[in-house]
Design a protein around this ligand. Structure first.
Ligand SMILES: [Mg+2]
Length: 161
């Protein structure tokens, strides 16, 4: 199950500090959008997301959005930041991640992937050899499919402890 363990867990992006990135020697970040930066229902960034992304820029971290969501959503969200985005990224497959890394010139050893899901974000990041950070989902989607997924995630994360 180790391939599903995030390297580090935070409650929210609000809790991830500039020092954390400095200590880990991070220069590049791949960011999930839905339920990581904002809820599924927010088409645009909010104050929390903006503050977090400004902090990344201030400390010289290049970031890209890597989302499994469709172009319309991802493009609209990403536009105000003028940065690289990959929609329909197909996480946990690696093609979207590799594409984003290539576009921002990311070195594997200096790249963090931040997301809210074990079986897509964390698993993809681990497979790509990146530092993986997991945050609690902003808003749990209450569909049977997601309930099952969250249940399985709980098992993985319990096993991790
Ligand atoms: Mg997500």
């Amino acid at each position: 199950m180790k391939k599903f363990y995030p390297d580090v867990k935070f409650k929210s992006i609000k809790d991830i500090t500039a020092d954390f990135f400095r200590e880990k020697g991070i220069g590049y970040a791949l960011l999930d959008i839905d339920n990581t930066l904002v809820s599924y229902t927010s088409p645009l960034a909010d104050d929390n997301a903006r503050a977090f992304l400004s902090m990344l820029s201030e400390i010289g971290i290049k970031y890209a959005f890597v989302s499994n969501n469709h172009k319309e959503r991802v493009k609209k969200f990403a536009e105000e930041f003028g940065t690289v985005y990959v929609n329909d990224a197909g996480k946990p497959l690696l093609f979207g991640i590799k594409r984003a890394m290539r576009k921002i010139g990311a070195q594997r050893s200096q790249t963090v992937l931040i997301g809210d899901q074990v079986f897509t974000d964390v698993y993809a990041g681990k497979r790509a050899g990146l530092l993986t950070v997991m945050v609690d989902p902003i808003e749990a989607k209450e569909t049977p499919f997601f309930a099952v997924k969250r249940y399985l995630e709980k098992i993985v994360l319990k096993d991790m402890k």
